[in-house]
Design a protein around this ligand. Structure first.
Ligand SMILES: Nc1ncnc2c1ncn2[C@@H]1O[C@H](COP(=O)(O)OP(=O)(O)OP(=O)(O)O)[C@@H](O)[C@H]1O
Ligand SMILES: Cc1ncc(COP(=O)(O)O)c(N)n1
Length: 268
């Protein structure tokens, strides 16, 4: 059976991040995509010009309408924008007992623009993270969630990943894409005590818009199709690395372009 995946996130008209990237990853990896939109974002490869939050009651209405009809097998949660929207999404996780919840704690876009209100970080930490099966922070997000300086090496990443786990999610994938060096290394820690290091060769491209959205969506899509979280995360990272390798085939916009969801069957 083809898994149905739900993305709860904001939009990107340039198609590189947010809901648009999520749907591409769901389809490329054999899932059926559904969406609940939290914010309309006027953005492109050069940055964000405006954010229009969806009223929290309407986020609730989308969730209720969808989930009273459609069964979902996994959920990817991205941009949530405000405390009120976080609370609505957390309530839906409980009400509908949503499985395989992957939270990408989106706070600031690569361009530096805020995608989560500063006063909503507390709700993200205390209300949403304990309900997640996996969280996928990058280094600035991890630092913000912990109220600490950003990690600058793998040892500090390991310490921060432990402290993030103590906030209540079942697993933490701490992404090291923001460090430099010939490889890009992430750490996967689980509440059971498992620790894994995932390393990929660093791809030399400036087209990195939406890497976090793509990775978390790929994990959510693969989880129902793989025996373990570890296998789903490893295969998702391989998919993302391939999407980065093909990113220079795209010539989209003047800023940081998107990764390319290379389609093996079609061959381009
Ligand atoms: N140049 C690169 N080559 C290979 N892998 C990369 C590269 N840049 C990032 N990655 C990988 O991409 C994933 C996302 O990493 P990153 O830490 O950049 O997340 P992010 O900042 O949340 O992404 P974004 O905010 O752009 O959506 C991680 O698995 C990371 O290791
Ligand atoms: C709606 C939305 N969600 C997430 C991101 C983060 O992606 P990036 O850091 O690559 O800009 C984004 N730009 N827009």
């Amino acid at each position: 059976m083809i898994p149905t995946i739900l993305s709860i996130a904001g939009t990107d008209p340039s198609g590189g991040a947010g809901i648009q990237a999520d749907l591409k990853a769901f389809s490329a990896l054999g899932g059926y995509g559904t969406t609940v939109i939290t914010a309309l974002v006027a953005q492109t490869t050069t940055g964000v010009s405006e954010v229009h939050d969806v009223p929290p009651e309407f986020v609730r209405s989308q969730l209720d309408t969808l989930l009273t009809d459609v069964r979902v097998d996994a959920v990817k949660i991205g941009m949530l924008s405000s405390t009120e929207i976080i609370e609505v999404v957390a309530a839906a996780i409980d009400t509908y007992r949503l499985p395989n919840v992957v939270v990408d704690p989106v706070m600031v876009a690569k361009s530096g623009d805020r995608l989560l209100a500063a006063d909503a970080v507390e709700a993200l930490r205390t209300v949403l993270l304990p309900r997640a099966d996996l969280i996928t922070p990058n280094l600035p997000e991890a630092a913000d969630l912990l109220g600490e300086e950003e990690a600058t090496d793998l040892d500090r990443m390991r310490d921060q990943a432990e402290r993030l786990l103590a906030l209540g999610p079942r697993r933490v994938l701490l992404k090291g894409g923001h460090l430099s060096g010939p490889t890009s290394t992430d750490l996967l820690l689980s509440a059971d005590g498992d620790v894994e290091t995932l390393t990929a060769d660093r791809v030399n491209t400036t087209n990195t818009h939406g890497t976090g959205c793509t990775l978390s969506s790929a994990i959510a899509t693969l989880r129902p199709q793989r025996p373990t979280w570890s296998q789903a995360v490893r295969d998702a990272k391989d998919y993302l690395t391939e999407a980065l390798r093909h990113a220079d085939k795209l010539d989209i916009g003047k800023g940081k372009g998107p990764v390319h969801h290379f389609h093996a069957w079609w061959g381009n």
